[in-house]
Design a protein around this ligand. Structure first.
Ligand code: FDA
Length: 389
């Protein structure tokens, strides 16, 4: 039996950050990782450049059954703190768009930085697949790939089940349930949506993208949408997928900057123009043609009534899709839901009913928008836990 002060399950973003902080406090820490190397999701993130934080990250960019839960940890470890850490390791970075910060070089630099932050008292042990955990008095005993470990503190940092082909599982939820903690039903988020029925016709636009405003529930995002052979994707759609519930519609505004009466004004200025030509000035040709056909306005604008043009404009501003589903955990960048925040202290991430047990990162019911927000939650919750564990 190997004895430690703290055992962290999972050497992902949250687990490594937590290990570094706890190790820097002088604790002996074991990080148990089932994969052959640490930080695999970090390595593939941001197209290999890791969108490691977002300048604007605040509690309003996260979804959770309790929207207040993330406030404390996010306030105590901010994007500026992570940028300072990155810079102290000489890692060059840039803002790509919308506050999203990426490495100039490679995501490998972020993993190397996290490992370098772990002092000698931290053992990162790979090929250690945790299969059983028991609480024995005030100690947790963990079995991983035939070796037993024991510690008074145990941190669940095994992430969520998105991208199972990378080894992601719902292990965090099994463990939480084993200790009597509630789990908010997990579902795929930041995920492409599938289309069927009448909407299926839009699949012929596979590969076409356009700047739109997409809305679902309380989510509204001005970014690019992409038509795919299965349905809809692109940043705007991935963002609203986190707010979308099965059976609901997604509203898309095709020309978010256009004035409500723009087609009537255009008819006055250029009565010989067609809707198709007008749309082609702002949208990719294939999309413009498909929309004009579906709106059924084929004649010159001068020959179309103002009422019909207003109706066409209103439909373009509020095009309704009814997705048949999502592309599932296989394609989801994150998992929404997870270990209920009701069970955890927002200051320390410790389970209120199970002293010594902690949960951090994606395993917890806190899910960020697309754009570096999920890593910021992993860092912030990892630090909050690492300072208390
Ligand atoms: P994470 O999944 O990183 O780590 C969990 C670790 O636990 C894994 O290493 C896993 O192998 C291990 N584990 C699981 N079960 C175990 C067991 N039984 N025993 C031992 N170990 C076990 N976010 C962002 O902010 N910016 C970005 O650019 C991206 N890009 C991105 C791209 C892609 C393709 C995906 C899938 C996701 C992103 N994300 C992202 C999301 C981000 O990767 C994610 O939110 C964080 O990695 C979550 O960090 P965690 O440490 O909580 O889990």
């Amino acid at each position: 039996m190997e004895h430690y002060d703290a055992i962290i399950l999972g050497a992902g973003a949250a687990g490594l950050m937590c290990a570094a902080r706890a190790g820097q406090r002088g604790l002996r820490v074991a990080v148990l990782e089932r994969a052959e190397k640490p930080g695999k999701k970090i390595l593939i993130s941001g197209g290999g450049r890791c969108n490691f934080t977002n300048l604007d990250a605040g509690p309003e960019n996260y979804l959770s059954a309790n929207p207040h839960f993330a406030k404390s940890a996010l306030a105590r470890y901010t994007p500026a703190d992570f940028i300072a850490l990155v810079e102290s390791h000489g890692i060059a970075w840039h803002e790509k768009t919308l506050g999203q910060l990426f490495c100039h070089g490679s995501a490998k630099q972020i993993v190397a930085m996290l490992l370098a932050e772990c002092p000698g008292s931290v053992d990162v042990i790979c090929n250690a697949d945790v299969t059983a955990v028991v609480k024995d008095g005030d100690h947790f005993a963990v079995s991983a790939s035939g070796v037993s470990y024991a510690a008074p503190s145990l941190v669940i940092a095994t992430g969520g089940p998105s991208i199972p082909k990378m080894g992601a599982t719902g292990f965090a939820y099994e463990l939480a349930r084993q200790f009597g903690l509630k789990v908010v039903e997990p579902r795929p988020a930041l995920v492409p949506l599938t289309l069927g029925g009448e909407d299926v016709l839009f699949r012929e636009l596979s590969g076409v993208s356009a700047s739109v405003r997409a809305r679902s529930g309380k989510g509204s995002f001005d970014e690019a949408a992409l038509f795919t052979h299965k349905g809809l994707s692109g940043p705007a759609i991935l963002q609203v997928s986190s707010y979308w519930r099965s059976g609901e519609e997604v509203a898309v505004t095709f020309l978010p900057q256009a004035k409500p009466d723009w087609l009537v004004e255009l008819k006055r200025d250029r009565p010989k123009a067609t809707l198709r030509a007008a749309l082609r000035e702002h949208l990719p040709d294939r999309l413009a043609d498909a929309l004009a056909e579906r709106l059924g306005v084929e004649r010159e604008l001068g020959n179309v009534s103002d009422a019909a043009l207003r109706e066409a404009g209103a439909r373009l501003a509020n095009w309704r899709f009814r997705p048949t589903g999502t592309e599932g955990f296989a394609k989801a960048e994150v998992t929404i839901g997870g270990i209920s925040t009701d069970e955890l202290s927002s200051r320390t991430m410790e389970a209120k009913r199970v002293p010594g047990l902690y949960a951090i990162g994606e395993a917890v019911d806190v899910t960020g928008w697309l754009g570096g927000y999920n890593f910021q939650w992993a860092w912030a919750s990892g630090v909050a836990c690492g300072e208390s564990v």
